[in-house]
Write a protein that binds this ligand. Structure first.
Ligand SMILES: Nc1ncnc2c1ncn2[C@@H]1O[C@H](COP(=O)(O)OP(=O)(O)OP(=O)(O)O)[C@@H](O)[C@H]1O
Ligand SMILES: [Mg+2]
Length: 227
């Protein structure tokens, strides 16, 4: 299993409960949309899977209970590219992970990752001068360069225009990795993820086929995804 969680509870240090008794299994190669209203716990769950937050309960990711050992095997892409990009050049940002992990063929990894996101030859550009859509794609390249087994994407299409969104969905659809995608956007779920896990108030309200869940109007209303 790529993800195996049972009885996971997580509260923030100020006492705010964010995840309540999460039970979830995700197999290798699956693509799962994590849907739910604002504050339902999507980002928190991604951060637990990435090993950044530790909750109560059993969490195994890529077969590891000690999530620190998964460094380089999991690619977490933040919602805001400014949280991901901090180097003076695109090359430095995309090379950062592989250099840190002491991987070889760094130039080749960077070139391949940029090609994967449709930005070949962007190595010498300055990340802060890129368009928002380009920044999002470079953010994805910063994790692809490590060739992770599991991708965790937080609202990958938020604030993209229709063409930028379409391009990004094409890119995600062509990636081979197991994927967990937090999104409000039913278009992302239906285009990229055959399975959807619906969060409501920190609990799993539904887990099943994306098509079925997205056609269940009462369920979407109850979960705050439809008014
Ligand atoms: N650093 C924090 N300290 C305290 N509470 C927090 C913190 N971050 C998030 N929360 C709370 O945890 C709950 C889950 O938040 P989370 O960010 O995981 O939701 P989300 O589903 O990602 O929402 P959004 O769609 O707005 O991104 C919310 O009630 C939120 O207020
Ligand atoms: Mg969030």
């Amino acid at each position: 299993m790529s993800v195996e969680i049972s009885g996971l509870w997580y509260s923030y240090p100020d006492g705010t409960p964010a995840l309540k008794n999460i039970n979830l299994k995700i197999g290798p190669g699956e693509r799962v949309a994590l849907m739910g209203a604002n504050g339902s716990g999507k980002t928190t769950l991604l951060l637990v899977l990435a090993g950044i937050f530790r909750g109560k309960g059993a969490v195994a990711v890529l077969g590891e209970h000690n999530l620190e050992r998964n460094r380089g095997r999991i690619g977490l892409v933040f919602q805001n590219p400014d949280d991901q990009l901090f180097m003076p050049s695109v090359f430095d940002d995309v090379a950062f992970g592989p250099i840190n992990l002491r991987l070889d063929h760094v130039d080749q990894r960077v070139a391949q990752a940029l090609e994967r996101v449709g930005l070949p030859g962007y190595e010498r550009r300055c990340p802060h001068h890129l368009s928002f859509g380009e920044k999002k794609r470079v953010s994805i390249a910063t994790v692809l360069s490590m060739e992770p087994e599991l991708l965790l994407l937080d609202e990958p299409t938020a604030t993209l225009d229709p063409r930028g969104k379409w391009q990004l969905l094409q890119i995600l659809d062509q990636l081979p990795q197991t994927m967990v995608v937090a999104t409000h956007d039913s278009g992302v779920a239906s285009r990229v993820c055959p399975r959807t896990v619906l969060l409501n108030g920190g609990s799993i309200a539904a887990d099943g086929s994306t098509d079925r869940l997205l056609s269940d109007e009462p369920l979407l209303e109850e979960s705050g995804l439809k008014v």
